[in-house]
Design a binder for this molecule. Sequence first.
Ligand code: CA
Ligand code: CA
Length: 273
Amino acid sequence: MVAKGTGLALAVVLGGLVLFGVHQRATGATLHAYWAFDGNGNDASGNGLDATIEGAAAFGGGVVGDALLLDGTDDRAVVADDPLLDFDTNDAFSLALWLRIDVTHQAPTTASLGIVEKWAGSGGYPYTLRALLDGNRNPTGKIYAGRYDGSSGVTVSSPVVFDDGGWHHVAFVKDGTTLTLYIDGAAVGTSTDTLTGSTLNASALYIGSRAAGQYLAGAIDELRIYGGALTASEVQTLAAVPVPEPSALALATALVAGLLIAGRPVRDGVRGL
Ligand SMILES: [Ca+2]
Ligand SMILES: [Ca+2]
């Protein structure tokens, strides 16, 4: 009986491995890291890229389980440099996450807040995602994605603001020389990646800030980094998760800030693009 049970368990494990393998081949992208932020900064990909939580950041209501809650002061998650987080000039990659930006966030002294960035300020970097703030709502609230090879940069930004206090799915994909920014499952901008120098670096990965500060006020959930490019339909699938409604306080604050159009969050406009 023991042998039979062991055999069944082995079959289940092998079946799971086969299914996992098929899934990986079907996507064309390989999961390098996955922070679910369900109460901790652990990497659920199996690659051991656990994040250190700084600033006594809390965990709470996310899109899937808990999210990393960011106070905009000193909260962030930091992951040590690892080759799985680095992508060179011609490497395809994908970032995907859920993002909620507080409508009451304070503008920093510089024009952007860090969402996800692997850069310590020198040399190139493989990717950054920042929330743009310039104090006059243009382009405040837009999302900026970019890469830098130490001398030249390439960026793609969202065309409209969406710091409405609600959850939005954000994905940044490099496929060949095409960079695409997706918001809520829809491609909202593309750029041609013309970089020629190295985009590798030895920096840690910063989640919720940039290396030297520029802390985001809001929340981040279900952050995944892939080697290889997600397809548009794969991004849509990641974004097709029921999203919790903004809290009454967030809605009231957004209304005061003029972020609601005919009673609907601005994000509906984003989805309609
Ligand atoms: Ca989560
Ligand atoms: Ca804190």
